[in-house]
Design a protein around this ligand. Structure first.
Ligand code: GRF
Length: 203
């Protein structure tokens, strides 16, 4: 099965680029059908243009409420054949109504070993706490922030002289491997989101 993807971004879009590169392999079971950014200056939009992928800007500042923003996103998404929405450096919190409509079809990548270090300033907190390991998690999105069941994780060492920027760069390399791997597992039916809100792994 070829998964039809929508990728939502807010910034550099390095995870989008990793997904687009993976999709260039004819054997990769997914295709990006649309890219949407909430920031008109998101550098990631250039990746969509380079790959000739339809892309839109839905600026959250143009909407009176979060629900109005979510509804505008939803309207655009329904005009494409979307199976899975990939949040890739997308920095908006989506509302419960939007998430329930797309239940089990929204993935996110977070730069920590969830459920540890949800939220922002992940690397600073990991270093401040003296952690020896960190990493990234690809997870299904549920209404709780960075709270959905995890599909796949990659682990990296935290070195004594790490700065948040050095650690972020080490983890980002693993993110670019993790997202395509998680999408392949999903496309091949080897993971799925259960009605109980958990991940079922099928070998
Ligand atoms: C990444 O660390 C991602 O985990 C987080 O945003 C950062 C930037 O992602 N959500 P990208 O380069 O825009 O894909």
């Amino acid at each position: 099965m070829t998964l039809n993807l929508a990728v939502l971004i807010s910034g550099s879009g390095s995870n989008l680029k990793a997904i687009l590169n993976a999709c260039e392999d004819q054997n990769f079971p997914a295709k990006v059908r649309v890219v949407i950014s909430n920031k008109e200056d998101a550098k990631g939009l250039a990746h969509a243009a380079d790959h000739k992928i339809p892309h839109h800007v839905v600026d959250h500042k143009n909407f009176a409420t979060r629900d109005d923003f979510d509804n505008a996103l939803h309207e655009i998404l329904t005009t494409y054949p979307v199976d899975v929405i990939c949040l890739a450096g997308f920095m908006r919190v989506l509302g419960a109504t939007f998430i329930s409509h797309w239940a089990g079809c929204i993935l996110n990548i977070h730069p920590s070993l969830l459920p540890l270090y949800k939220g922002l300033h992940t690397h600073q907190r990991v270093i401040a706490d003296g952690e020896k390991f960190s990493g990234c998690s690809v997870h299904f999105v549920t209404p709780g922030l960075d709270d959905g069941p995890v599909i796949l994780q990659k682990t990296v060492p935290v070195l004594s002289d790490d700065t948040p920027e050095i650690l972020a760069a080490r983890i980002l390399k693993e993110e670019h491997r993790a997202y395509p791997e998680a999408l392949r597992l999903l496309a091949e039916g080897r993971v799925c989101f259960t009605p109980h809100g958990t991940v079922e792994i099928k070998n």
